[in-house]
Write a protein that binds this ligand. Structure first.
Ligand SMILES: [Mn+2]
Length: 410
């Protein structure tokens, strides 16, 4: 009779993600955003303690960058020390973002932490009350990319214990992400493991029911493409089967929403509509960074200042300071017909669609303009670009690319 085990499957902590491009966020909120990956990690630790799990799995990308910040490593050690006090083990592997070849301060973790230290799949036993009850298999990235398939290296022993695989990689059919350690679901099925803990894809998803094959997703969203609830899996394995529960860890949420404003005839009506709508959104949520699209035309009777959109955003955001579950409109769009068309184009699976989506993902053109703004000849005249100017530069670049691409002939 196998002793049941209970553990947390997490991945992609991306501790100390920089969260660039939030220039106008008030200091207090910005501090909350910048600390969110750490806070989410603390929630993860607290879940492990509250649920009295046997161990925690972290499947790669603990750090956001090759050069792991000292702060991230110290906070990580603190969390692990806390788990150690409660007798909870940690099994971790490194992924493409925090591969073993990166430069970092070598911080010693407590004895409860077991690290997969090579690119070949190896395993650790797990003991409970002196009895071995699980074997955990995994590997770490030794360099930034592991392009070989790894599934075949997961070979469970014949022992009558639970066999768990930790794999940081992507489905071979996934074209949206860098294809690391690619696998097909069939490759994992046939290995005979009891649970597959996957990492790398930040969106939580279940690839198979039995055996359970899961991406837990990351523990904290970092931009608009990582929206919604974020967390980890609480897993229980027993002789009779398994049970799974999602535990939320995200402390700031990214949301992309749209609101119809065709029925608003005045700016006052619009103001009121958004206010009511925002209050409804607030009830269901932690602090939120919102990408909002107003669908329709801004009420036309008023004389429009050229920066009306930005002014509205500022007015709406001012109300949020000091709120506990604030909702900050990070990007505000008003969509008219020609933009609808562009958006339709952006949804296509062709090259132009791909290009438009890539442009949308550029949170901040500052990076791309740096070389220009730091040029000595220009620096004398240009201090930097305003949000509006940057938006205009990005829009202009997009138009230029589109024009070139849809140009017929040559
Ligand atoms: Mn990742």
């Amino acid at each position: 009779m196998k002793e049941p085990i209970k553990f947390i499957h997490s991945a992609d902590l991306h501790l100390d993600s920089p969260f660039q491009g939030f220039f106008d966020l008030p200091e207090e909120m910005l501090a909350q955003v910048r600390d969110s990956t750490f806070q989410a990690f603390e929630r993860l630790i607290q879940h492990a303690i509250n649920h009295e799990v046997d161990f925690v799995l972290i499947v790669g990308d603990l750090f956001d960058q090759d050069g792991r910040s000292l702060k991230a490593q110290v906070r990580l050690r603190k969390g692990f020390e806390k788990l150690n006090e409660y007798g909870i083990d940690v099994f971790l592997s490194h992924g493409n973002h925090d591969h073993l070849g990166g430069s970092f301060y070598s911080i010693e973790f407590p004895d409860n932490v077991h690290i997969f230290n090579e690119e070949t799949v190896t395993s650790f036993p797990f003991f409970k009350n002196g009895e071995k009850c699980a074997e955990i298999y995994g590997f770490s990235y030794e360099k930034r990319a592991v392009i070989e398939p790894k599934a075949g290296e997961f070979i469970p022993s014949s022992e009558n214990v639970f066999h768990i695989g930790m794999l940081h990689g992507s489905l071979a059919t996934n074209t949206d992400h860098d294809l690391y350690a690619p696998f097909r679901i069939e490759d994992l099925y046939t290995r005979g493991l009891d649970y597959w803990a996957l990492g790398h894809i930040h969106k939580r998803q279940q690839l198979s029911e039995d055996p359970p094959i899961f991406y837990s997703g990351n523990i904290q969203g970092r931009h608009r493409n990582e929206g919604g609830e974020k967390g980890c899996n609480l897993v229980e394995l027993s002789e009779t089967g398994h049970s799974l529960q999602f535990l939320q860890t995200g402390v700031i949420r990214f949301e992309t929403r749209s609101l119809d404003i065709d029925d608003c005839e005045t700016l006052i009506e619009l103001e009121k509509k958004l206010y009511d709508w925002k209050e409804k959104l607030r009830n269901e949520s932690v602090p939120t960074l919102l990408h909002l699209t107003l669908k329709g035309d801004l009420p036309s009777e008023e004389q429009h200042a050229p920066d009306l959109k930005d002014e509205l955003r500022q007015i709406w955001n001012e109300q949020e300071e000091g709120q506990e579950n604030w909702i900050w409109i990070h990007k505000l769009n008003v969509m008219k017909d020609e933009e609808m068309e562009r958006n339709q184009l952006a949804q296509g699976s062709h090259f132009v669609g791909e290009l438009l989506r890539t442009i949308e993902e550029i949170e901040d053109v500052e990076e791309d303009l740096r070389e220009l703004t730091q040029h000595h000849a220009l620096r004398k005249y240009v201090q930097g670009f305003s949000e509006e100017e940057k938006e205009e530069i990005a829009k202009h670049a997009e138009d230029l690319l589109l024009n070139e691409l849809v140009k017929e002939g040559d």
